[in-house]
Design a protein around this ligand. Structure first.
Ligand code: THU
Length: 137
């Protein structure tokens, strides 16, 4: 399962190792390539007060914004063990978080720890989305 974006996969796999997920045991890594070409990687960060947990995509987006970038060119999500047969597509909340900084054609490459599973566009995962343009931005 060779990744179409090996550098982003490597970044997401590496940061996934730092996942703080003692409650679910489900490690996730995400890596963003911004339009400036920089890579921002983040992992999920769970909390004993369960609703306070944060997804890997949210961590990566926060790092991107804090670093001064604003546009996602493409994003990789790595979740699930190799050969699990399941895809860790971004949760609904994270689809909306990605939407803030991406458009309908932005690729989202879903991997497990063993490699590439499938690529989608944001428009496929979040059709008819509500975004900044709805507010005139
Ligand atoms: N998780 C992510 O980090 N990203 C997703 O898109 C799906 C779910 C995390 C949240 C939680 O820490 C664990 O996976 C199990 O739901």
């Amino acid at each position: 399962m060779t990744s179409p974006v090996p550098d982003l996969f490597a970044a997401a796999l590496a940061v996934r190792a730092h996942s703080h997920s003692p409650y679910s045991g489900f490690k996730v890594g995400a890596a963003i390539r911004s339009d400036s070409g920089h890579i921002y990687a983040g992992c999920n960060v769970e909390n004993a007060a369960y609703p306070q947990g944060q997804c890997a995509e949210a961590t990566a987006i926060g790092l991107m914004v804090a670093s001064g970038d604003r546009r996602i060119a493409e994003i990789v999500v790595v979740g699930g063990e190799a050969g699990s047969g399941l895809m860790c597509t971004p949760c609904g909340g994270c689809r909306q978080r990605i939407r803030e900084f991406a458009g309908p054609d932005t690729p989202i490459h879903v991997h497990d720890a063993g490699g590439h599973r499938r690529s989608f566009t944001l428009g496929e995962l979040l059709p008819f989305s509500f975004g900044p343009d709805n507010l005139g931005f």
